[in-house]
Design a protein around this ligand. Sequence first.
Ligand code: NAD
Length: 307
Amino acid sequence: MTACKTVLASIIAARFRNHIKKTISDLNIKPTLVGFLANNDPAAKKYAEWTAKSCSETGVNFNLIKVDKDELEKSIVEANSDKSINGIMVYYPIFGNHLDLYLQNRVSPLKDVEGLGNMAVRNVYQNKRFMDDGNSMKSIIPCTPLAIIKILEFIDQYKTDLPYGTRLKDKTITIINRSEIVGKPLAALLANEGATVYSVDQSNVQTFTEMNLNKNCKILDTDLKCIHVVPRSDIVITGVPTPNYRVPTKLLKPGVVCINFSTFANFDPDVTSKASNFVPSVGKVTVAMLERNLLRLYNYQQQKDIR
Ligand code: NAD
């Protein structure tokens, strides 16, 4: 087996950031992104710092606004109608319950850079690739799932020379995380490209099956366990938010691609003895995708002259 490549998110992000920077400079524009921080989560603070740093380098005007969680909805509604703001993001969790979902849906779909609102999420589950009936505005894809697709593209697993719907054909993928914001939409996106996807969480393993256009995604419960699906997987993606969780290296198939998006290491250091490619973190690519989504929405706002 050839040696494992450890692929750094910063290398992949740099390609996108250079392109974003050039586009902003060539068009002489100043897209504005507002980030609402209404919690004390250190991970959110770190994410906000990366976003500020990346935006200042690419030419995006980023305003981080600290707001009381009880004032957040009002701030979002005001930002929706403020024509000087092109994108809105919120650092979750805020309330840690159904209210967070409610807030995600208060952001206008034309400013939803994170792709967490109903329209973006529904389009992922229904394999709907455009936001409008005229197919002029491509759907906004949630940032971290999109980042993981771009990482798979970088390491030549996601084949852009194949037609849509077949770009991950014949791949078996395990995702250990089924959160509404990352693991679940990611499972749907990868299944929509022809992969067999096993979605693992604490309660069970589900399979996500390829969907037909405009139909809801097919999700089935199985009797399988993580130890059954990891050894058959070509790609294993982890997002378990606890410090002690590890995927046992001995379960991994030789040559597997391993991607960790959790803030904690979910693979042991000896993962490189089995993997062909190992991506220890994805955060910097997520921020690049946030800016990419912002530019796309900025364009839509100019075309449609609606906000
Ligand atoms: P979450 O708490 O909403 O979801 C965690 C998921 O992991 C759930 O589906 C849960 O059932 C599953 N899980 C927990 N323990 C498990 C176990 N032992 N076995 C199997 N499944 C288990 O968290 P989240 O918002 O999805 O974030 C997860 C991690 O990813 C966090 O560390 C977060 O900081 C990180 N994150 C990173 C990015 C990025 O771009 N880098 C983006 C979002 C989240």
